[in-house]
Unconditional design. Structure first.
Ligand code: PLP
Length: 372
């Protein structure tokens, strides 16, 4: 079976797993412990992992806060900013093509008296910088726009969007879960980004671990927000809870490997994507239509309509040979809100399938598409 659902999750790399095993067996100390070697070793491992994640993002180490994943990072930042800055304003801007881990947090904040503007997106799911600028008001405290769309692969113009927010003195958050290890990310250059969310399991790391980037000022002080979890005061009091050292180490290793191979992986994903598109066109001709843009996108994510076929029936038939999905792994029963936002009707949404590739796929793996 060929696994082409890497936007849902990825296989843990053997190097990652081997390193994790050490911290599940002999090095089981709690990094918050003192004086003894097991604690010191665990602490060193956590800090090394933090450095690797920071290097992948070109951020400062202190700006990386480990969380349980992108869902938690999104919750922490949106709720944390909303609570801390509610006296400044109660208006938040996002888009209609965000992941549910943003949209459902926004729905929750609406019940707490916040007003949310959901920006329209273009035919590929992108937000217009002009529309964003028009939507900013005096009481806007936060803008949250996804960097790379999880269903379509389209990249937003994060540089322009974040610069607009910087000019207007509004915090800018981006959900970068799908772009980590797939495009270069330079948070020193994109200094309009105040916050970012990411996750290890889309990067051949383990599930249940992610990070929030919170920008620091010239004195090293992070932008203050209200913590989501209170308790032992770990992560500078921003995210309490005993460190999941094995998971953190796994994330660090996946980030290190992801950075080391970034340009090679991007080129390979582009080659895989080109081949897959050619094979789909050759074997299905005018029975398919592409929902994804061909440029300005995360390499390796393709969303395609099989005209006249129901995606769930197709995916079930394909399942013994190819694992793909109808979009976001989190909402497979509902028709995709992202495809709706780009203007597809229900029939077209039901025809749509997402193939998401991994840099660890071989070009020859795709020849299976000649046998369908
Ligand atoms: C864009 C995006 N944001 C958030 C998430 C949730 O990430 P996690 O599984 O780490 O909570 C996902 C995963 O599906 C995603 O694709």
């Amino acid at each position: 079976m060929l696994y082409l659902d890497n936007s849902a999750t990825t296989a843990v790399l053997p190097e990652v797993m081997n390193k994790m095993m050490i911290y599940l067996s002999q090095e089981y100390g709690n990094p918050s412990g003192k004086y003894y070697r097991l604690a010191e070793n665990a602490k060193k491992a956590v800090e090394e992992a933090r450095r690797y994640v920071a290097e992948l993002l070109n951020a400062n180490e202190r700006e990386i806060i480990f969380t349980s994943g992108a869902t938690e990072s999104n919750n922490m930042i949106l709720k944390g900013v909303a609570d801390y800055y509610s006296t400044r304003g109660k208006h938040i801007i996002t888009s209609k093509a965000e992941h549910k881990a943003i949209l459902d947090v926004c729905k929750f904040l609406e019940t707490k008296g916040f007003e949310i503007t959901y920006l329209d997106v273009d035919q590929y799911g992108r937000v217009s910088p002009k529309e964003l600028e028009k939507a900013i008001r005096n009481d806007t405290i936060l803008v949250s726009i996804i960097w790379g769309n999880n269903e379509l692969g389209s990249l937003n113009d994060i540089e322009s969007l974040s610069n607009i927010c910087k000019t207007h003195n509004v915090f800018f958050h981006t959900d970068a879960t799908q772009v980590l290890g797939k495009i270069p990310i330079d948070l020193k250059k994109y200094d309009g980004i105040s916050f970012l969310s990411c996750s290890a399991h889309k990067l051949h790391g383990p599930k249940g671990i992610g990070a929030a980037f919170i920008r620091s000022d010239e004195f090293g002080e992070l932008i203050p927000i209200t913590p989501l979890l209170h308790g032992g005061g770990q992560e500078n009091g921003i995210r309490s809870g005993t460190y999941a050292v094995h998971n953190i180490v796994g994330f660090g290793e996946a980030a290190r490997i992801g950075k080391e191979n970034l340009s090679k992986n991007i080129s390979h994903l582009q080659a895989l994507e080109e081949k897959l598109i050619l094979l789909l066109k050759k074997n299905f001709g005018n029975k398919i239509a592409f929902n994804s843009d061909s440029k300005n996108k995360i390499p390796g994510i393709i969303n395609v309509r099989f005209i006249g076929l129901h995606n769930e029936i197709l995916l079930k038939k394909l399942a013994p040979y190819i694992a793909a999905s109808s979009g976001s792994a989190c909402s497979s029963t509902e028709p995709s809100h992202v495809l709706k936002a780009i203007g597809l009707d229900l029939k077209q949404i039901r025809e749509s399938v997402r193939f998401s590739l991994s840099p660890y796929n071989a070009l020859e793996d795709l020849d299976i598409f000649n046998e369908l």
